[in-house]
Design a binder for this molecule. Structure first.
Ligand code: 5MM
Length: 340
């Protein structure tokens, strides 16, 4: 394990003002994103869409890394430049999603466990050759009104995340560890806090048991936030306070960065909540940043609609979201900036 390389890649991804573009939608997920804008999910449309994102001018000021899906890592720009090289050439670090998705956990109805460990060592070696310097694995934890998640589902997912992270570091690839507590459902912010706390405690206990180097990884958690159907809504300041309090309790200071997922929040809410954390806690032990999928891309898809004539508008929308999240990294964003 090359400790210096792991540390420097992890730190570069979350350098000042920077975060991550999560563009690693699997084919079923990108189809769900394309359907509402009437774009067919063909290999060429997926390639063109990612090309529009990756060639947007100026994003390298705010985007330190991009997470790719297997197919995208093997694709190239119109000019024949492999996407991984195109991104590296702009100073953006290419990464790869390596999990194989969340499947039903046997004997634990309503719970899921993420698969993909078999053969992972060989896949990581190939991804490294193709230019990936970091990887991502997402565990999915649902909350219901009763017994989901089970204590065992939390442990099983934490264990898989730690095995994945150890394999990554063995291959000199920085692991992004993503334990996502979903915001689907009617649970309140306190229940999200309890489950997120249990998950993080279990994840760091397993990472420690597996010998994972905290300095050479990034954590991608959910914010502590009420479920989408919860009647009690919360302000950005309440989400920020609950999230940072929880993270301060469970995430070691040696981890260089916490890169939140957006999880179904609107683009504006995701930016505002991140901003509130950075405005409130001026000196957290880790960088507080973003690794947004939907919150960076939803306005881009709406502007693009699969039409070449809309590309400039789509890139403007993307550039704006990157810039505003860059400001949120510093705690100097305000909602008023949305209308400029
Ligand atoms: C971009 O979406 C990612 C891939 O999801 P699937 O494997 O289900 O296709 C997803 O892991 C994403 O990186 C995170 O959930 C963060 O994205 P959001 O949209 O929640 O910010």
């Amino acid at each position: 394990m090359n400790i210096d390389e792991l540390k420097s890649v992890a730190q570069a991804i979350v350098a000042r003002q920077k975060g991550i573009l999560a563009a690693d939608e699997s084919n079923p997920t990108i189809k769900k994103r394309f359907d509402p804008i009437g774009v067919e999910s063909t290999e060429e449309n997926r390639r063109r869409y990612r090309e529009i994102l990756f060639t947007t001018e100026g994003i390298e000021r705010y985007i330190g890394g991009v997470i790719l899906f297997d197919e995208t890592l093997r694709q190239s720009s119109r000019d024949g430049i492999p996407f991984a090289h195109l991104l590296s050439g702009r100073g953006i670090i290419p990464g790869i999603k390596v999990d194989k998705g969340a499947k039903a956990l046997a004997l634990h109805p309503g719970n899921k466990v993420t698969e993909g460990l078999d053969g992972l060592r060989d896949r990581l070696a190939e991804y490294k050759q193709l230019g990936a310097k970091f990887a991502k694995w997402r565990a999915v934890i649902e909350i219901d009104e009763q017994n989901v998640p089970s204590a065992y589902a939390i442990r099983a997912n934490a264990h898989a995340l730690a095995r994945y992270a150890a394999l990554c570091q063995e291959a000199d690839i920085v692991p992004i560890v993503e334990p996502e507590v979903l915001m689907d459902g009617a649970h309140d912010i306190q229940r999200c806090n309890v489950i997120t706390s249990q998950m993080l405690e279990s994840v760091f206990s397993e990472l420690n048991a597996h010998g994972v180097l905290y300095e050479g990884m990034l954590l991608k958690p959910n914010m502590v936030i009420p479920g989408m159907k919860c009647p009690q809504r919360t302000s950005a300041e309440e989400v920020a306070q609950a999230s940072v309090r929880c993270l301060r309790r469970y995430v070691p200071a040696a981890v260089p960065g916490i890169v939140f997922l957006s999880g179904g929040q609107s683009a504006e809410d995701a930016t505002d909540n991140l901003n509130a954390m950075n405005a409130m806690d001026a000196n957290p032990p880790w960088q507080l940043s973003f690794s947004y999928g939907r919150a960076l891309q939803a306005p881009v898809l709406t502007a693009w609609k699969g039409q070449e004539s809309n590309v400039a508008e789509a890139q403007r929308a993307f550039s704006k979201r990157c810039q505003l999240n860059g400001l949120a990294r510093e705690g100097i964003y305000s909602r008023a900036m949305e209308n400029r």
